[in-house]
Design a binder for this molecule. Sequence first.
Ligand code: ISL
Length: 552
Amino acid sequence: MKKKWWKESVVYQIYPRSFNDTSGNGLGDLYGVIEKLDYIKSLGVDVIWLCPIYQSPNDDNGYDISDYRKISDDFGGQAAFDVLLEQMHQKGLKLVMDLVANHSSDEHLWFQESKKSKDNPYRDYYIWKDGKNDGPPNNWGSFFSGSAWQFDETTDQYYLHYFTKKQPDLNWENPKVRKEIFDIIDFWFKKGVDGFRMDVISVISKPPGFPDTAYDSFQDTIMKDYANGPRIHEFLKEMNREVLSKYDIMTVGEGPGIDLENGPRYVDERSEELDMVFHFDHMFIDCGPGGKYDPIPFGLNQFKQVFTNWDNALKSHGWGSIFLGNHDFSRMVSRFGNDTTYHSESCKLLATLLLTLRGTVYIYQGDEIGMTNVAYPDISHHNDVETLNAWKEAEQKGQDMEQFFKIVQQQSRDNARTPVQWDTTKNAGFSDGKPWLTTNPNYTTINVASQEKDQNSILNYYRDMIAIRKANPTLVYGDYECVDRGHDSIYAYRRWDDDIEFLILHNLSDTSQTFEAAGIADDFQLMKSNLEKNTSENFKLDAWQTKILIKK
Ligand code: ISL
């Protein structure tokens, strides 16, 4: 296995609006990130991934970019960015930016020109079609409810938008568009940026002819119609050749519709496209046929299978990304752990899981202190466009809104976007002004300041676990095998190389469990556990206990 700095890295993801506000306007900013660089460094991470910070009308909180070369004034502009990058590099931290190239904002100059006339030089930067039978060109739906087509009176045509109508899809078939994007990437690499996370890169190549989708389930439409289009690998190879290959950087492509069958191809080192992808196989286990607003119970065995299958699929020629949460999903402890009775234990267990699997580890801001879902009292507190559009659609369909709100509380992306909880002062120390999104009231008990003082805090456990990973390359590159034989509550795996062998046991349940170690002799000793008191028996686990055992 080829060694690379980005394989050994632990990445810390920042959603800048919610991280730290130094101007008092209620929005996080880059000076806020600068102020916390020593804190971030103290975690032991190597890389910061910043969600979009470019100029944007913020219809989707920055995922709608109106100028790809301009840092938003909301975040402190270019001056703040330059200070940030310089200080990060001085401290030995690398910076990964977000590249949103499937779509731009409708306020981008390209789109403003494009919509003026059918013969405008920018017309083909976007996807324009005539309507059909007094309606849109086909029956495609948007990720954020409603049709994926918007009618524009000026030229009597529709444009495609997979996301909001203020996020028109770029036409990657047009070589000029590809050149523009490659130039933008190059622009940021020349400034010293160390990599890109590429937003919805899996859907940039559209199906020829734009046929109607034959599927009722939107997830099927994504898989079969939107994702992994016929030219996707050609486009990525071109991007690699034209720009990525010229720099020592890392790339991670994000993608709905990336699965075990098609995913490995994106990251196969022999074909020179991307370094890593984010797939969502483990993040959609609890989604029913109706998607995220149709939740079903989460199955641990399915979850384990996802990690096992992906490890297996990538071990020869690729590399994985390990994450359990980001700005698009509810909080990791509220989904996969127990955010009440076993809050601390389950947060520490999930930290151990993240940091002992093979793949580059991504930690989302606030997870290092165990931030939880927020459970706002009503919809007026919500901000996320996906949530609000789904709410409107449910109302229009006459759904039981009390019931729907319960699902919103569980599933809304706002759960992950509440301000980071720094201390017990007003607004959790996030801002002196009114935060753009209501702070989670549990900041009085869950916050950085109190965890700094507590040796056994979740925060200090993260620091320990990151240090353990750094000190043990076996946990980065070593082989992986799941050994729990389908246990309902235990996830157990071995990680090993020629020198060292670890056995890692997690009990993801509220009751004690015993690891049935058929074929595995207990010649291990305990190296790390999330509980202060440990039984003398290695294979016995208390509720939400995790153990890293090392072969004697
Ligand atoms: O958020 C999701 C589920 O709740 C996903 O379906 C998500 O829309 C998808 O993974 C794409 O996400 C990315 O692109 C979106 C943006 O809203 C997300 O924040 C971003 O991560 C459009 O740019």
